[in-house]
Design a protein around this ligand. Sequence first.
Ligand SMILES: [Zn+2]
Length: 278
Amino acid sequence: MLASLTEILKIAEERNIAVGSFNTPNLESLEAVLNAAEKLNVPVIVMHAQVHEYAAPLAVIGPVMVVAAKAAKVPVCVQLDHGVEVDYAEAALKLGFTGIMYDGSLLPYEENLANTRKVVKMAAEFGAGVEAELGSLPSREGSASAAVGPVYTDPEEAVAFCRETGIDAFAPSFGTAHGIYKSTPKLDLDRVKVIAQKTGLPLVMHGGSGVSTEDYRTAIRNGIRKINYYSYMSRAGVRAAREMLDSQDVTFFHDLALTAQLAMQEDAERAIRIFTGE
Ligand SMILES: [Zn+2]
């Protein structure tokens, strides 16, 4: 069933768990994630990232995600991930998305603040929740921005930003990065605890792939209620597809796609089990 970001995060808060949040830029990853959540009987978040527009246009994958979420046996939030344009966020809301992650981190602070407030107001009219981040999370390792190292969110700045924007969930920067890690990330989990206490909001971990089980558990204990996880799940699908191609003569793409889907489901299940403390 379709649920809003706030409803999903409330469940996470009550159960002291983190909800798994996955990018689903194709039918296979969408089915993989929803099947995993139904099998484990837990709420889940499926996301469309604006950066994936080239692979899956919002106007096409968006309605598919909403229909699939409505048909699911568990609460599902359909969220926009890293929406960098207010118009794009509005388009997602009109398609029935129940959560928006607005990312104005590349804008000057005042502009980021103004846009985030605009998105919060707009989302409220649709009954959707809003997540935002402050400061830029480092992107894929090896890229220019990762060379300067992780940026850590200042707790006081976080408090002011959350209060002035009225967001429902906050994504602090505490050492994680998007993409595949080349070395073990150094996380500042005490910072997570301080920011959770000071803002009183559910916190979101971006770049949740490749974090150690122990760090996931501590992060959840300290206030992380949503973990964005995608790269490693996707890679599991790629690996399964490659093995299939190496071992047999494949004619139909849908057979290859299904093999990847099942491998992604297995990986998503493993992640969800950790996030929900099983
Ligand atoms: Zn992210």
